[in-house]
Design a binder for this molecule. Sequence first.
Ligand SMILES: NC(=O)c1ccc[n+]([C@@H]2O[C@H](COP(=O)([O-])OP(=O)(O)OC[C@H]3O[C@@H](n4cnc5c(N)ncnc54)[C@H](O)[C@@H]3O)[C@@H](O)[C@H]2O)c1
Length: 323
Amino acid sequence: MNISVTGAAGLIGKNIVKKLALKGHKVKAMDFREKFNRDQKYIKFLKDKNVEIIFGSILNKENCKKLVNDSNLIIHLAAVLGVKNTEKKRKYCLNVNFDGTKNIIKLIKGKKKRIIFASSSEVYGEPEKNPIDENSKLNGKSIYAISKILSEKEIIKNSKKGKNFTYTILRFFNTYGEDQVAQFLIPKFINNVKKKKSLIINGNGNQLRGYLYVDDVVDGIYSVLNKLDISKNKIYNLGNSSEVFNIYQVAKKILKLSKSKNKIFFKINFKGSDRNKNREIFFRISDCSLAKKQLNFRPKVKLETGLKRMLKKDIYYDNWIYR
Ligand SMILES: NC(=O)c1ccc[n+]([C@@H]2O[C@H](COP(=O)([O-])OP(=O)(O)OC[C@H]3O[C@@H](n4cnc5c(N)ncnc54)[C@H](O)[C@@H]3O)[C@@H](O)[C@H]2O)c1
């Protein structure tokens, strides 16, 4: 299959591109040049596997044309994320996440193409009930959540208008993995352990989550390729609710696995943190029974295994690119 991936130098992008190329698909990968250049091993892999690299932004229409023209499937992952980042750059977040998606929609309209869109559990906001299934109310309030809700609606609206393209929307829940940058919770804790700094928890640490390792997300995305009929015009949650931890337990686990004596501190009122109490989601557990039934989605990697893998790697803060 001819497949294009946006956000191809990000955590999920890199890993899905690698899987697609290894499985023999013809792949195009788009992201910013600087982002690709941070990982020379990845660039070498892309060259060895004849993956076409498109350097640049999804806000550039020429780039999008090059990306989409001869592809049957577009895996659209490019987005601005990060709590502080998106709230500080609200307009930019909306621009990339929503207008960028509209750019892709315009190019696939009227064509027999499938878009797999990376949405997020953030669209549910603080859920009315847990576990959260796909029919739960969309209650996301952050600009990031709004950008994802608007994008989902735009995709569905255009596809319904008989525009001939089909979609599969995947709502990822808390994903982590080796390529994730230190702005996110797990890499931030691990980075602090390595730098012998304390781990800071915003709030009381009771925030509940299931953590999904990147390989499992990649398997979830890949399963859509094998189930194009059943997954046509569907929305799926992809999360891991087989193990649920609060943030304090995650912090303690990381200290234990790294045999670290670092301390854990709480910022009970989120004071001076990059998080805002009103934006925090306190309990978030996914109901993935639809993906389990229709895509055979079964997360395999336990948090402890994922953390051990991450502890072996260097972790960096991202210099976010705004362009
Ligand atoms: N990681 C998670 O926990 C999580 C959870 C829910 C949803 N998602 C969604 O999954 C997708 C991938 O997330 P990720 O964790 O790999 O994030 P990431 O930040 O590692 O990757 C996103 C990539 O998009 C690229 N990008 C940003 N703006 C761009 C633009 N204008 N043009 C081209 N590329 C651009 C970035 O350079 C980056 O490499 C995103 O859409 C994200 O919203 C992620």
